[in-house]
Design a protein around this ligand. Structure first.
Ligand SMILES: CC(C)(COP(=O)(O)OP(=O)(O)OC[C@H]1O[C@@H](n2cnc3c(N)ncnc32)[C@H](O[C@H]2O[C@H](COP(=O)(O)OP(=O)(O)OP(=O)(O)O)[C@@H](O)[C@H]2O)[C@@H]1O)[C@@H](O)C(=O)NCCC(=O)NCCS
Ligand SMILES: Nc1ncnc2[nH]cnc12
Length: 301
């Protein structure tokens, strides 16, 4: 019993740490970091501190629901999370004075905490295989886009995600989650772990470099909501250009990251969706086993 309680508390801690490491990595083009508020007038580094603290108990609750889940239909687990998520979103707004800091991550990391706890208890393992975890997430959220985007009836009070699906067919965070985080599994987690294996760069630079990889491929609805699809393509091209120069691994690349940050701030461009996937990448790196690494046994008895 103790093992499951500890497991849920650890998942909650890992989720908050992912939030803190993401916002702390600097500089991040157009985003809030330790040096600037990026392309945001309504939030800064300390807004994210307040938001992260307000969410800590929520992630543990999501993990507990996952650890206790014994149903045959993973979608039931997802449905049980929604009320918790809506309440957490409100707690976030209360903590930030109404500013949207972590709306996407309340959704993404809440689901990850629940799915991971469910898999870990089932397999009696303290770490899970990333593909198995993401398959569980996909099962939990099957039909999400059809239910929430395809069947959309309302014409007023649409969220950014709903509006952009209507206009461009972009599924945003819902599509990423329902497909089991393919952008993280195929792009950012391998990049993040390769950088770690090289030992060449510290956590800060590893996070910024991984963000650049994400920006080259992610269909970030934050960018399109403020601008258009051409701007999304511009961001993807610019991120690739910086990576081609080495990104955070070379002096020239580091200079280009700073220049891109200044340019995005001038253009009011914020890749908030890619920032979220960076936090998801950090979380999956912490809770998922790496290839042949034997997952440590949950119980010693
Ligand atoms: C399911 C919801 C979360 C969907 O919300 P919504 O309909 O609004 O959908 P999206 O706009 O598509 O996404 C919401 C946030 O997700 C992030 N995001 C966007 N695209 C991607 C992507 N491709 N991959 C991953 N994540 C993505 C993004 O969040 C981040 O950016 C926000 C901060 O940036 P900012 O530009 O300031 O945002 P705004 O204030 O909106 O714009 P401005 O006015 O400033 O210009 C911040 O949220 C970051 O996290 C998108 O914003 C939701 O409807 C829902 O159901 N929520 C309840 C939670 C729940 O159900 N939980 C239970 C399950 S655990
Ligand atoms: N560091 C950041 N800056 C702006 N939006 C974000 N959404 C998530 N992390 C963010």
């Amino acid at each position: 019993m103790m093992a499951e309680v500890e497991l849920c508390e650890k998942l909650g801690k890992d989720a908050v740490l992912a939030l803190l490491l993401e916002v702390s990595a600097s500089p991040k083009p157009g985003l809030v970091d330790r040096f600037s508020r990026g392309a945001h007038k309504d939030m800064d580094f300390f807004t994210f501190m307040e938001s992260s603290a307000a969410l800590s108990s929520y992630f543990v609750k999501c993990a507990r629901l996952g650890a206790e889940f014994r149903g045959d239909h993973p979608q039931e687990l997802f449905n049980s999370l929604r009320p918790l998520g809506m309440a957490a979103e409100q707690a976030m707004f209360d903590a930030t004075g109404g500013v949207n800091t972590h709306k996407g991550l309340v959704f993404s990391l809440g689901i990850i905490c629940a799915a991971a706890a469910c898999c870990m208890v089932e397999q009696q393992r303290a770490r899970v295989d990333a593909d198995a975890l993401c398959e569980q997430i996909s099962r939990m959220t099957a039909g999400l886009c059809s239910r929430e985007l395809d069947s959309l009836k309302k014409t007023e009070g649409l969220t950014n995600g709903e509006t952009l699906y209507r206009k461009f067919g972009l599924k945003g965070i819902r599509g990423e989650v329902e497909n089991g985080f393919p952008t993280v599994r195929n792009c950012s987690l391998p990049a993040f772990r390769h950088l770690k294996s090289q030992g060449a760069c510290h956590m800060n630079d590893r996070c910024v470099q991984t963000l650049l990889h994400l920006m080259t491929v992610n269909e970030d609805t934050n960018i399109v909501a403020r601008h258009d699809m051409d701007t999304l393509a511009f961001v993807q091209g610019q991120a690739q250009r910086v990576l081609d120069a080495g990104g955070m691994l070379t002096d020239q690349g580091r200079q280009m990251v700073c220049e891109l940050d200044e340019d995005f701030i001038k253009r009011n461009i914020s890749p908030g969706g890619s920032a979220d996937l960076l936090a998801v990448t950090i979380m999956l790196d912490r809770i998922c086993s790496e290839g042949t690494e034997r997952a440590s046994v949950l119980r010693e008895d």
